[in-house]
Design a protein around this ligand. Structure first.
Ligand SMILES: [Cu+2]
Length: 305
């Protein structure tokens, strides 16, 4: 095989690869991109969707390079083809300056590019992950609705501190609003994963783990526990709703009034609730509301009935 022959094959490969890569990337972005999970219900969800699309659009040309070369070799260099010449690529490629430099530059650019892209996107108000009690990146909006997420074996409950601190099993949030989820636990470690919201934050006892997102679309979403937390971990899920703002305020105010008697029995709103030695009592319900069981031990005071 002459030098000219090789250049000719190489150019053809590059042209076929480049055309296919551009076409498939564009088709993917417009036809598949908007359907990539977790959707676009919130700022963090659409941010994640965009990131997944960018990663796939980077990966597609890399996969195509392998497939195009394989396909080309199968068709053009197959042994049964009339006039086919046995290629002798290995030794020549080993010391090939252009290939070596090209390989190092291409891989370096891709890896460093993804590193920079990922760092910038992570700085975008935490990207939906729990940022701990003292978030590095906070939303620019001053109108932030705080909602506390409390994990316990085996369900999540939600407290609304700006509505008298009532606690409910329903997660209802308003649209076009920045939400600060304050995620904590009463017992073991859990993880609050609101899939369509693009929010995932560890729920640890004695920790106030904060995750931000801004709602963009109405609809329902799924909440799952994403940290193995015991026997019924798999049953630890519920569904939440994003409502129009006016409807949300109606819901929140009416719920606040409906369950006011229950709220009185709760401890005052706090960012964490330290479990004590009272087992299932967990220190969460005050002793006046929930007398201790007779298995209380470990030095905690027994309340007088
Ligand atoms: Cu759990």
């Amino acid at each position: 095989m002459s030098q000219g022959d090789e250049t000719h094959h190489f150019r053809r490969l590059i042209v076929v690869w480049a055309v296919l890569a551009v076409v498939l990337d564009v088709v993917f972005y417009f036809a598949v991109g908007p359907h990539v999970p977790p959707g676009a219900m919130t700022s963090t969800a659409s941010g994640q969707q965009f990131d997944f699309n960018v990663l796939f659009m980077l990966a597609l040309p890399v996969m195509l390079a392998v497939w195009v070369y394989m396909g080309y070799a199968l068709i053009v260099w197959r042994g049964s083809r009339a006039g086919a010449v046995e290629p002798e690529g290995g030794p020549k490629a080993r010391g090939h300056f252009g290939i070596q430099v090209g390989w190092i530059i291409t891989t370096t650019v891709i890896v460093l590019g993804v590193f920079i892209f990922g760092s910038i996107k992570l700085a975008d108000a935490g990207a939906g992950g729990g940022e701990g009690p003292d978030p590095l990146w906070t939303p620019t909006s001053h109108d932030v609705l705080p909602i506390q997420v409390i994990g316990q074996q085996w369900q999540f409950t939600y407290r609304y501190p700006t509505f008298g601190g009532f606690e409910t099993r329903q997660l209802v949030i308003p649209v076009d609003t920045t939400i600060a989820f304050h995620v904590t636990s009463l017992d073991v470690i859990h993880s609050f994963w609101a899939y369509q919201l693009g929010v995932k934050a560890d729920a640890n006892p004695s920790e106030d783990n904060i995750a931000y997102t801004t709602t963009k679309q109405l609809g329902t979403f799924t909440v799952r526990c994403a940290e193995l937390c015991g026997l019924w971990h798999g049953a630890m899920y519920n569904y939440g709703r994003v409502l129009p703002r006016a409807q949300f305020f109606v819901w929140a105010q009416s719920t606040e009034h409906q369950i006011a008697a229950n709220t009185k029995n709760l401890p005052p709103f706090s960012y964490t609730y330290v479990p004590d030695a009272n087992g299932a009592d967990g220190g969460f319900y005050p002793d006046t509301a929930d007398p201790y069981s007779n298995v209380e031990q470990y030095g905690a005071t027994t309340p007088s009935k």
